[in-house]
Write a protein of this length. Structure first.
Length: 229
């Protein structure tokens, strides 16, 4: 089990490619970040005072590779906390991170004909695996990535790295305004017997896809999600 640690960190980069969508990088001021691909963190904006307990925070998947000396996350402004992030996080801002959490890829799973399904920014936990050298151990993996529009696919560089690490990777981008929504029936039909399915994205999508696969007889041990209920 991973040992959770609190890190003082500094915001070193902020991108705002689209309205209400932000990509930030943070570097540690208290030792190297230690985490595994697919894990997530808690981010606190307010100064952490041990005598007062852990402040208000939110969970975010780490999309950077564990080889990087920074952590990168993507978030969309959807509530009070992320509105605060958009208005208060600036380059040089100090935050406190608590990590790592989760076992998305450390759970036992078959690495042959593995199916990765993501909706929108749900691709981010997959990127930390795809850009890690260990991704080369997967045999014939396939990514189905759904986006509302082609312009929202910001992950070309990471996918190119993934293809270099694993030449067997198949990538199928589905753009809702051109192709319609992700079709779990078609994905399942095109999958191999024994495939393990990783699903990441909006909660309703995860629940719907998970239920469909279960109805088709796919065992729970072959359906992995990062959904935090």
């Amino acid at each position: 089990m991973s040992i959770v640690k609190k890190y003082s960190a500094e915001v070193v980069s902020i991108e705002n490619p689209f309205d209400k969508l932000f990509i930030i990088k943070m570097k540690s001021l208290s030792g190297y970040f230690k985490y595994s691909p697919g894990q997530f963190l808690h981010l606190a904006i307010d100064k952490y005072d041990p005598s007062e307990g852990w402040p208000d925070s939110r969970c975010f998947s780490m999309q950077s590779t564990t080889r990087d000396d920074f952590i990168k996350i993507t978030y969309a402004v959807k509530g009070v906390f992320t509105q605060r992030m958009a208005s208060e996080l600036t380059i040089g801002k100090l935050v406190t991170l608590k990590l790592p959490y989760g076992d998305l890829f450390t759970q036992y799973h078959s690495k042959e004909n593995t199916i990765f399904i993501s909706g929108g920014t749900g691709i981010t936990p997959f990127l930390s695996l795809f850009t890690n050298p260990n991704f080369s151990s997967y045999i014939n993996p396939c990514l189905y990535a759904g986006f509302r529009a082609k312009k929202l696919n910001l992950y070309h560089d990471e996918i190119e790295i993934a293809k270099q690490l694993n030449i067997g990777l198949k990538v199928k981008n589905i753009y809702q305004d051109e192709d319609g929504i992700l079709d779990i029936k078609q994905i399942f039909t095109n999958s191999s017997s024994g495939s393990c399915f990783f699903i990441s994205g909006p909660p309703l999508m995860i629940k719907s896809f998970r239920n469909f696969l279960a109805e088709q007889g796919v065992g729970r041990e072959k359906i992995k999600t990062d959904y935090r209920e």
